[in-house]
Design a protein around this ligand. Structure first.
Ligand SMILES: N[C@@H](CCC(=O)N[C@@H](CS)C(=O)NCC(=O)O)C(=O)O
Length: 344
């Protein structure tokens, strides 16, 4: 009897202690005190993360940074972008140089554990591919025995390449180059027969980086996709609330798409009678408070950044030079893998 009473008391105390209201962690506190989010992006991949001549960053990965800033500050512009190579990115995050990464980074077990990170979401389901010059006359990766292959260090790309060639009893000569612009130049100048990276980046490089007089059509992406590359933002272990905000900023963009809320109609949607939409948009309050942000967090994200579909089409889909199909990145309701848990 006494034991039960103690158990009830402990349960009540812990409910009171963990009232369900988010408490800021140290990383989020630092971001708020600074007044901006420091987002580690790539060095320049059209459609994913690229700065224009004015230094303005755009891309699908950049939109994750902007959505997080919109949730925290109500302003998607409160982001400082720090370019990182694949090799530097994890040190930049571990050392605190950046608050988060959003730059074509694959979610793997060792990165999620031993490296001390969390992957709050997957904003692009990808896989590794190979690009070759048509002149090579190659139609399949199985024909690449003995090829010279451009690959960047510190990537899953490097590891998968070795696994794939070993499994298929093929040999290759790696040309390992850290900087994205240098590896592309090496490939287009013919220093390597093959360029391997995430298929999305191959589409991007073929659409945006082929130097004249060569043309996009001179290059083909081989049919084999040799790995799973679930790409997403990354945070350090230790601040669960920041991780929650990154996770739900991404989910909010998906949830908005699923419920037909976009940057054009969001004000109209505020008048919706649908209880789900009212909760998502904070008309029925509670979700913002639970996450520790303003109740208008989703309105701010959708108005300033767009829903996931808008971001996808504008940056990498049909509204962009990349023209990538939604494929695996369709919503689950359309046969894809993009699925957000309920905002409730
Ligand atoms: N998804 C892979 C590859 C990531 C990666 O960053 N690859 C380089 C290949 S050049 C890249 O895309 N860099 C883009 C950039 O610096 O903008 C990983 O996480 O290891």
């Amino acid at each position: 009897m006494i034991k039960n009473a103690i158990a009830v008391g402990v349960a009540a105390a812990s409910i009171a202690g963990f009232s369900g209201i988010a408490h800021a962690g140290k990383d989020l506190d630092a971001i708020k005190a600074r007044g901006s989010l420091i987002c580690g992006v790539g060095t320049g991949t059209a459609g994913f993360g690229l700065a224009d001549s004015q230094g303005k960053w755009t891309g699908l990965d950049v939109d994750v940074c902007r959505a997080v800033a919109a949730a925290i500050f109500g302003d998607s512009e409160k982001v400082k972008y720090v370019p990182t190579t694949a090799q530097q990115r994890f040190t930049a995050l571990q050392s605190g140089e950046v608050d988060m990464l959003s730059r074509t980074t694959t979610y793997t077990l060792t990165r999620d554990t031993a490296l001390g990170f969390d992957f709050p979401g997957i904003n692009y389901y990808d896989g590794q591919g190979f690009m070759v010059n048509k002149k090579l006359g190659v139609k399949s990766a199985k024909e690449l025995n003995g090829a010279t292959i451009c690959v960047s260090p510190g990537t899953t790309t490097e590891l998968n390449l070795a696994d794939y060639f070993r499994a298929n009893k093929l040999s290759f000569k790696p040309v390992v180059i850290e900087k994205a612009d240098e590896i592309r130049a090496a490939f287009f100048s013919g220093r390597c027969d093959v360029y391997t990276t995430d298929a999305s980046s191959l589409y991007s490089v073929r659409a945006a980086n082929v130097p004249a007089p060569q043309k996009a059509d001179d290059f083909i992406i081989l049919p084999e996709i040799i790995s799973k590359e679930p790409l997403g933002p990354v945070v350090r272990h230790g601040d669960n609330q920041l991780a929650d905000i990154v996770r739900w900023a991404h989910f909010a963009m998906l949830e908005a798409e699923e419920y037909g809320i976009n940057s054009k109609n969001v004000d109209q949607m505020l008048k919706s009678e649908d209880p789900v939409i009212k909760r998502i948009l904070g008309v029925t309050p509670g979700m913002g408070k639970a996450l520790g942000v303003d109740e208008k967090w989703v309105v701010n994200i959708v108005k300033q950044v767009g829903n996931y579909g808008e971001s996808f089409e504008r940056n990498v889909g049909m509204g962009s030079v990349l023209k990538i199909e939604r494929g695996l990145n369709k919503l689950w309701t359309k046969g894809g893998l993009q699925y957000a848990p309920p905002i409730r």
